[in-house]
Design a protein around this ligand. Structure first.
Ligand SMILES: Cc1cc2nc3c(=O)[nH]c(=O)nc-3n(C[C@H](O)[C@H](O)[C@H](O)COP(=O)(O)OP(=O)(O)OC[C@H]3O[C@@H](n4cnc5c(N)ncnc54)[C@H](O)[C@@H]3O)c2cc1C
Length: 481
């Protein structure tokens, strides 16, 4: 597998001049502030390194294309000069998908921000790839519609980023993750050709080529446009919440609910530690080391009423007891609050979240093994989890770890060790190591657990076929040889 490195001293003036000539001078940026702001995404390790004032490399040049033909011109210039390209949405990725160096042309898609079409008959909306998530959702909401894709990062991510990382929103249990919502993807391939993948509600026209881009994290081409399917806004929304006597009872209740064909869009089960962290004010004195299952129900009023009743019967059958009514609305109101990484670093703490999944029969083993392995570390202050995406076949887990070090120099090794422990424990217990944040540079070496050696080699072959020069986001996603 090739990896393009055009010029270790940086993108040549000749390439910069050529880009300016083709897409216009104002769209080709080399100012210090612009380059500094695009050194990395939201990955904790990049933030830690820059907080410790380690000088992270920056891209050689930033381009801000405004049209598909601009993107094609940039890609053709890069291909002709063997110059690496790194696509950039809004930089909210959390796995190190963006770590350019001076040899890189960083392609910032945020100026490709047009809402192309909202089709109320076929319930489809087409966007430029750089449209910010909440702008996309608000545009369809004005017509009484919704995309139904609500990642916590909706206000800091793009629709092209959603496709490129294979994202999942908080309402995925009923509405699906991005792969279920995407109708078509427009992409500029590494040779500069444009292709539109996806034309009808369903196709048996060979393998689904849209999936080459879903989760490709900038390694297979540049997504320039996305058409998403829509749904009407629900007639009614309701909440329910129950204490779970044990994680096991909570999982069994959830399995029964979805396998009985009830699909509340939001189903979240918190372990006892996370109940204290997230709902202490509401549950104090009543949680008693119990977990919590909260649900949001949406749809036609009659279905919501029937769902609430059926789920209440299932929940009590598994020994779940009603929790305060305010739990659901409280979650809804605070659901997108995230502490900044630097606030934690300043308190000598390093933290992250790790999302994995497993079939029902393996999920408790994954939880037990991963939290036990984290707690073996002296530095660990918190090792907890909740689940947030539910399927007939299984469920995800979203671990949180927090570690403390008096000397910030030790944080990086501990951080990577925590990740290693959760990845290995998950794989050992039969789980999948990456649920919805992608792989980036952080998780790529663990992909072998999900794909196997032959699967990794197939992934490399696909990359080689699409990008024989290796110019698209080299070093990202594809496991090293
Ligand atoms: C606070 C917070 C909460 C989050 N919550 C969620 C959540 O609920 N669900 C979830 O799934 N994720 C979540 N994420 C992760 C992140 O928001 C998603 O991965 C998101 O899809 C990234 O979008 P972006 O536009 O910011 O992409 P970026 O971070 O800019 O890029 C991500 C990767 O995709 C590539 N890329 C970006 N745009 C394109 C394009 N147009 N063409 C080709 N490649 C491209 C980049 O090269 C990079 O490898 C969260 C992140 C944060 C910081």
């Amino acid at each position: 597998m090739k990896s393009a490195v055009a010029d270790t001293d940086g993108v040549s003036q000749k390439v910069i001049d050529s880009l300016r000539e083709q897409i216009g001078e104002p769209k080709v940026l080399t100012g210090d502030e612009v380059l500094d702001e695009r050194r990395h995404d939201y990955w904790v390790l990049s933030h830690l390194q820059s907080w410790r004032e380690e000088s992270l490399p920056r891209p050689g040049v930033v381009v801000r294309p405004e049209s598909v033909s601009d993107v094609q011109a940039v890609v053709r210039t890069a291909a002709a000069t063997n110059t690496p390209l790194v696509p950039f949405g809004l930089g909210s990725g959390v796995c190190g998908g963006i770590r350019p160096d001076p040899s890189v042309v960083l392609v910032d898609l945020s100026a490709m921000n047009q809402i192309r079409e909202i089709d109320e008959t076929n319930l489809l909306a087409s966007f430029d790839a750089g449209v910010q998530g909440l702008v996309a959702e608000d545009a369809v909401a004005e017509r009484g519609l919704t995309i139904g894709h609500w990642p916590q990062s909706i206000a800091i991510s793009t629709v092209g980023g959603w496709v490129s990382t294979r994202a999942a929103g908080q309402f995925s249990t009923a509405y699906g993750s991005i792969e279920d919502i995407v109708y078509s993807v427009e992409v500029v391939l590494p040779n500069g050709e444009r292709v539109q993948l996806g034309k009808a509600p369903r196709a048996a026209a060979g393998p689904d080529l849209r999936h080459l881009l879903l989760g490709a994290e900038g390694t297979m081409g540049i997504v320039t446009g996305v058409t998403l399917s829509l749904r009407r806004q629900p007639e009614r929304r309701a909440y329910s919440a129950y204490y779970t006597p044990s994680l096991s009872a909570g999982f069994e209740a959830q399995r029964e609910i979805v396998q009985s064909d009830w699909f509340p869009p939001v189903m979240r089960q918190y372990d006892a530690m996370e109940v204290v962290r997230n709902f202490n004010d509401l549950t104090q004195g009543t949680a008693n080391e119990r977990g919590l299952l909260l649900m949001v129900h949406e749809g036609p009023s009659t279905r919501v009423a029937a769902e609430l009743e059926a789920i209440d019967t299932i929940a009590s059958g598994f020994g779940l007891e009603p929790a305060p009514d305010e739990v659901g609305p409280h979650w809804m109101e605070h659901r997108n609050h995230v502490p900044s990484w630097s606030q934690l670093f300043e308190r000598n703490l390093v933290a992250d979240t790790i999302e994995v999944s497993a079939p029902w029969s393996r999920i408790e083993a994954v939880y037990e093994a991963a939290t036990a392995s984290l707690r073996e570390l002296d530095a660990i202050v918190i090792a907890s989890a909740h689940s947030s995406h539910v399927y007939r076949t299984g469920i995800n887990l979203y671990f949180t770890f927090v570690a403390r070090h008096e000397d910030s120099a030790d944080m990086e090794a501990t951080y990577l060790d925590c990740w290693h422990r959760v990845m290995e424990a998950t794989a050992r217990c039969g789980g999948g190591v990456a649920h919805h944040h992608g792989a980036g540079r952080l998780r790529k070496s663990y992909l072998v657990h999900d794909l196997g050696v032959t699967g990794v080699s197939l992934l490399r072959s696909i990359k080689d076929a699409l990008d024989p020069q290796g110019i698209m986001n080299p070093g990202n996603l594809i496991p090293d040889e």
